[in-house]
Design a binder for this molecule. Sequence first.
Ligand SMILES: NC(=O)c1ccc[n+]([C@@H]2O[C@H](COP(=O)([O-])OP(=O)(O)OC[C@H]3O[C@@H](n4cnc5c(N)ncnc54)[C@H](OP(=O)(O)O)[C@@H]3O)[C@@H](O)[C@H]2O)c1
Length: 243
Amino acid sequence: MIIKRAIIIGATSGIGEEVAKLLLQQGWHIGIAGRRAEALTALQASAPNQIEVQRMDITEEDAPAQLHQLIEKLGGMDLFLLSSGIGFQNRHLTPEIELKTARTNVEGFIRMVSCAFNYFKKKKYGHVAVISSIAGTKGLGAAPAYSATKRFQNTYIDALAQLSRMQHLNIYFTDIRPGFVATDLLKNKKYPMLMQANVVAKYIVKALERKKRVVVIDGRYRILVFFWRMVPRWLWERLPIKN
Ligand SMILES: NC(=O)c1ccc[n+]([C@@H]2O[C@H](COP(=O)([O-])OP(=O)(O)OC[C@H]3O[C@@H](n4cnc5c(N)ncnc54)[C@H](OP(=O)(O)O)[C@@H]3O)[C@@H](O)[C@H]2O)c1
């Protein structure tokens, strides 16, 4: 039997942790990473034969070296999933919050996704998946850096998908864009159409199996995003979007 191997960065809580649990149930061997070592070892204890762990902060320069170490421990990587991300509402536009968000969602994102791309390029096969957000659809006044960094992620994956074809690489890309999910990322849980992380994880695993290029979760958000895109700029800038 061929063992499938996935690495999930940002598996210490929320959506990444739930996807990790589902992949385990399906028999995958997984390498999990994040900053909270206790959360990594707690998940590892649930299936020690299937899980390798690596403490990792994607804002640090040595994170790619740690990813390579984790790949080695796991014995290879077929699927790379980046779930790490931070987000804040920042109506006062505090620069530290904006910059901190960019360091994780842009700098850390580039660091890890480019490392995975180059690994798969050498292997001539692989699947890069990232959890961005529907927040990248338009600039959100309440969370400027969050929405802008998510748009960056969408565009970056578009670019790598093209680069991969230009270089005749057999790499698949999946850009996962959920709506509101009840995780630690949302500081209060008073959001409309809030989804549970374990339910979102099921959609994600299905999309990964089908190697979907872009997936908006769930159907209600697909409709929302469809209309959202059609709002002209002059009107969008006058809308008081609270969340
Ligand atoms: N919740 C939502 O409504 C929602 C909606 C759309 C998209 N998303 C996206 O989904 C992804 C997962 O978020 P979540 O909702 O599951 O929230 P979460 O529970 O807060 O998970 C965030 C994960 O990112 C990791 N992380 C954060 N900074 C990191 C760093 N510097 N280095 C390594 N790992 C880091 C965290 O691990 P450590 O703290 O252990 O490092 C944690 O595992 C994010 O990219 C988020 O933007 C969330």
